[in-house]
Design a protein around this ligand. Structure first.
Ligand code: FCB
Length: 781
């Protein structure tokens, strides 16, 4: 068979990190790290600390040539500095011996995010001393392990450590300050420079660093990379590229910060960047590790507030795009990896590259005959084809490491994420190879991919070869007891011989599982279109990724309700995703009586056992009202949409709470969902209360109507009348003046809904999800 071969000597392997797999967080004198403090999950992870022998054997069986792991700083220095804890280093000593015995080259990362808590208590990465302590730590580790490590990486993904750890606070240590994030980034770079120097001084021959480099492009460029951009979009792309990528690439490889970054960094003050720092940072490196998962898709959007993970990103909208996504919700765009590798080769031609992380989280189904993670295989395969295309063009890519060997503890997301080639049952710590592991083993043996994908054997082939009916094959595949041991054995032999992967049809032939999910949409109401579109896109993509088929059903008439209930009663679907359950209609309730799992978008009117996804309507309305009060407004009117909508009731509650706390009286006007009714309600409010100085509308559409009515009445916004809305629909940022509003996260609701459905299908206990809302202040207040 012809293969799409990789260059001779191409290095195949896997990556892991200490905190995500080791467990044993207090063994042998290890000190606490910021992730022990921050994580809400049990820290025993994969217990790799005690099972490393088994894990090295797994890698050996896969044929991996290289293993990238990280050393846990708090194992080596429990307090971050001071006296070396020799017992902590013993573990890596044993691990390295095992790897060397197995013929696997060790690639060691010194910092994969697990800062000793003692150093965070002393100020963490925003403090310069942390970089010096890192250099001492690097030297101590080299001293003990230097003879067996092939390549040293100083750190992993400094952008994440600095901007998610100190900027948005979604990672440890959970601090939220733009200034601290920039300081942390600089000191991580400095730590890289000092660490690289210390390693070389001690005799290291191969030193590098690992960056998460995300290609930045506009939605239009996703399918057409070369598409020309407007000046505004080009500026948005350049700014995010500087923040995410060039902030690290340029100092490390060229000894300077990118010029467009300086004005942003200056806002946080530049006092921490000292003379000589940049020369120190630009130590020559032997290898740049590239982690790639998904691109950043942005476009210019005036008056968009900055994303806290990207301080300085005002006026840039981070977009969702209509592509397939992984269970993380990350768009799958393999072509961007080719583009990225070409770019790195063009801009930094002397730098050798290695893909140090690439892989995907998908929902795995464990069956009696294995874990057939076809999505993961096709994800990695597509990305390998992308790497090969770049290599053919001359990119110096030396190897590819899959993220990751084992299902593990995925940081703030805990154990629900499944990135492993190997499944881990966390109750027993049993390891089981997924199909992707077996497939990867073949890729390694071949040093490449098959030119064309082999045609997948079907249920019929198995039945014909084994001389049994399709239903019998299906029974065996589903592990049913009604098949004789001899027949079972014969079928399984054929399954193995021809590498048959059972598909949905085989599974559903004899089980009651249909593998279909109904996505039931009520007639989209005005304003809800954005959310409905996102839900359709994400729910479909995620559930299809998990092997389900989606049936879209419109619930618009009494007749259609009857049909939907019948369909579900007949068990033609395994589950129902219903949106939105407003207007107190009884569809949700009738469906719930069928016993088929149901999840709802939006809190139902009547409390029930059905789990739902909603946003914090009460909290958002309270925040908007408090904002108006803080701007000195006292005569605030609220425009309520239809009161049968639960979201409107909750928004009214939030408004009332804030007014009551301020000792004010709510003044209400009712409307429907339209702009014109928002305008009419505003006119009534102005007539009832001539001193009216602010309007809070239960939705942006109503608020846009209020803006119109204010203009007609000759009231200036915001001088005479401040106006705030709710939802942050696209139009809200395009009004004059831009509308202050409460953002209800769109993609997040859709993703949460898909996840909830999957958990319910797996029979797990599920609770409703209420996502936070965020006030977005624009010029209308
Ligand atoms: C990368 C991290 C790695 C893992 C993957 C999914 O950003 O380096 O530890 O979390 O993402």
């Amino acid at each position: 068979m012809s293969t799409a071969a990789f260059p001779e000597g191409f290095i195949w392997g896997v990556s892991t990190s200490a905190f995500q797999i080791e467990g044993a967080t207090s063994a042998d004198g290890r000190g606490p790290s910021i992730w022990d403090t921050f994580s809400a999950d049990r820290a025993d992870a994969c217990d790799h600390y005690h099972r490393y022998r088994e894990d090295v054997r797994l890698m050996k069986d896969l044929g991996t040539a290289a293993y990238r792991f990280s050393v846990s700083w708090p194992r080596v220095f429990p307090d971050g500095t001071g006296k070396v804890n020799a017992a902590g280093l013993d573990f890596y000593d044993r691990l390295l011996d095992e790897l060397v015995d197995a013929g696997i080259m060790p690639y060691a990362t010194l910092y994969h995010w697990d800062l000793p808590q003692a150093l965070e208590d002393a100020g963490g990465w925003p403090v310069r001393d942390t970089a010096r302590h890192f250099a001492d730590y690097a030297a101590a580790v080299f001293d003990r392990l230097g003879d067996r490590v092939d390549t040293w990486f100083t750190f992993n993904e400094p952008w994440v450590a600095a901007f998610l750890g100190y900027g948005s606070g979604v990672h440890a240590p959970g601090r939220k300050s733009a200034a601290d994030a920039f300081r942390a980034a600089h000191h991580l770079l400095l730590a890289h420079g000092l660490g690289a120097q210390a390693l070389r001084a001690a005799g290291a021959t191969r030193v590098g660093a690992v960056l998460n480099i995300s290609p930045v492009l506009t939605p239009g460029q996703v399918s057409d990379v070369g598409r020309p951009l407007s000046e505004e979009d080009a500026d948005a792309v350049a700014r995010i590229d500087a923040l995410a990528n060039r902030q690290f690439l340029e100092p490390m490889l060229r000894g300077a910060y990118p010029s467009e970054l300086l004005p942003i960094m200056e806002r946080a003050g530049l006092g921490h960047v000292r003379d000589g720092d940049l020369e120190l940072i630009a130590q020559p490196i032997d290898l740049l590790g590239v982690n790639y998962y998904t691109p950043l898709v942005v476009q210019a959007q005036p008056s968009e507030p900055a994303d806290p993970a990207f301080p300085g990103s005002e006026g840039v909208l981070f977009c969702t795009i209509p592509t397939a996504v992984t269970a993380m919700g990350w768009p799958i765009v393999p072509g961007c990896l080719t583009h990225l590798l070409r770019r790195l080769t063009a801009e930094y031609p002397d730098t050798e590259l290695m893909i140090t992380e690439n892989g995907a989280d998908f929902v795995d189904v464990v069956t009696g005959d294995g874990i057939h993670d076809v999505e993961r295989i096709s994800f990695i395969e597509e990305h390998l084809r992308a790497v090969r295309a770049a290599v053919t063009d001359g990119a110096k890519v030396r190897g590819f490491l899959v993220w990751t060997l084992l299902d593990n503890l995925e940081w703030a997301d805990g154990y629900q994420r499944k990135f492993g080639l190997v499944h881990v049952d966390f109750a027993t710590q049993r390891r089981r190879l997924k199909d992707s592991a077996l497939w990867y083993r073949d890729v390694i043996t071949r040093n490449g991919l098959t030119e064309t994908r082999p045609k997948r054997p079907t249920l019929e082939t198995v039945a014909a070869r084994a001389g049994v009916s399709r239903a019998t094959v299906s029974r065996v595949v589903n592990g049913e007891a009604s098949v004789s041991p001899e027949v079972r054995e014969a079928v399984l032999r054929v399954v193995k011989e021809i590498g048959y992967v059972p598909n949905a049809a085989a599974r559903s032939l004899v089980t009651r599982r249909t593998n279909s999910i109904a996505l039931v949409l009520s007639v989209p109401r005005q304003g809800g279109d954005q959310l409905t579109a996102a839900v359709v896109q994400y729910v479909t993509s995620m559930l299809e990724g998990a092997g389900k088929q989606i049936t879209l059903m419109l619930a618009d008439t009494a007749e259609s309700h009857r049909r939907i209930v019948q369909h579900v009663e007949a068990r033609l679907v395994d589950g129902v995703v219903l949106l939105p359950p407003d207007r107190g209609d009884t569809l949700a309730e009738r469906l719930s009586r069928t016993g088929v799992p149901i999840v709802l978008l939006g809190k139902p009117a009547i409390a029930s056992m059905m789990p739902y996804v909603d946003v914090d309507n009460t909290g958002g309305a309270k925040a908007a009202t408090e904002h108006l009060l803080a701007r000195g407004r006292r005569h605030i009117g609220m425009i309520c949409g239809p009161m049968d909508l639960v979201a409107v009731q909750d928004r009214l509650d939030g408004h009332r709470i804030a007014m009551r706390q301020a000792g004010g009286q709510p003044l209400l006007a009712l409307a429907d969902l339209t702009r014109s009714s928002g305008a009419a309600a505003t006119r009534r409010l102005l007539a009832d209360q001539p001193a009216l100085d602010a309007v809070f509308a239960a939705s942006d559409q109503l608020a846009i109507g209020a803006l119109q009515a204010a203009r007609e009445a000759g009231r200036r916004v915001p001088e005479d009348l401040a106006i705030a809305g709710f939802d942050d629909i696209d139009a809200a940022s395009a009004t004059t003046p831009g509308l202050t509003t409460v953002r209800a996260p769109v993609a997040e609701q859709a993703l949460a809904l898909a996840r909830l459905m999957l958990s319910r299908l797996e029979g797990r206990h599920t609770e409703s999800v209420v996502l936070p809302t965020r006030l977005v202040v624009r010029d209308s207040t």
